[in-house]
Write a protein that binds this ligand. Structure first.
Ligand code: E4P
Length: 217
């Protein structure tokens, strides 16, 4: 399973990239709004940091296929690594089909059922993004959805990649890897949590103490 970082915060993207563990970035309208910066400006900066797929979503207020197609074409022009993120609606599927036929990569987002994922794949989506944490939030095990989609895609030889999204903690990450997600898109705070273990810290402290006791600083 590969990792993308799920944020529009440039400092966090730089930190995750320097760590060497991510190969892409996902953003959404809420994450872009949180930064309070112009969409094109922030996406261009992100694309200059990470050499891999960068998902930029069509405007939250654009609900018709034609509008999404026009915006998708503009987003694709920002950088060769751009992936157009499109909501899972009938209009979104129509837009996905057209953009895919033009060779533009798409990430169908807000996927909450296996059938939605299957439809998105058949429309030509490069990626589908099932939202794990938001299902957990309503007492529905999100990981079951990731596992089911992975099984269906495997059985039918579907090449669309599964981006496990709405990942909220390190246990989600391990579960996504076991469930067969191709990619987990993870907030920087969770990547940091994943690096930590108290026994690692204790081990470092002991090695330092033992070394210093004999050799000094
Ligand atoms: C996915 O692409 C979304 O940006 C994100 O993972 C949503 O996460 P949230 O449910 O924690 O907002």
């Amino acid at each position: 399973m590969k990792f993308f970082v799920d944020t529009a915060k440039v400092e966090d993207i730089k930190k995750a990239n320097d760590m060497g563990v991510i190969c892409g970035v996902t953003t959404n309208p809420s994450l872009i709004a949180k930064e309070g910066r112009d969409f094109k400006e922030v996406i261009t900066e992100i694309a200059s940091i990470v050499d891999g797929p960068i998902s930029g979503e069509v405007k939250a207020t654009t609900v018709d296929a034609e509008g999404m197609i026009q915006e998708g074409r503009e987003i694709a022009k920002i950088h060769p690594n751009m992936v157009v993120k499109i909501p899972m609606t009938v209009e979104g599927l129509k837009a996905t089909k057209v953009l895919a036929s033009e060779g533009i990569k798409t990430n169908v987002t807000l996927v909450f059922s296996a059938n939605q994922a299957l439809l998105a794949a058949r429309a030509g989506a490069t990626y589908v993004s099932p939202f794990l944490g938001r299902l957990d939030d309503i007492s529905t095990p999100g990981i079951d959805l990731i596992r089911t989609i992975a099984e269906i895609f495997e059985v039918h030889g579907i090449e669309t990649e599964i981006i496990a999204a709405s990942v909220r903690n390190p246990i989600h990450v391990t579960d996504c890897a076991l469930a067969g997600a191709d990619i987990a898109t993870v907030p920087y705070s969770v990547i940091e949590q994943m690096t930590k273990h108290p026994l690692t810290d204790q081990g470092i402290a002991k090695f330092q103490a033992d070394y210093k006791a004999v050799f000094g600083e």
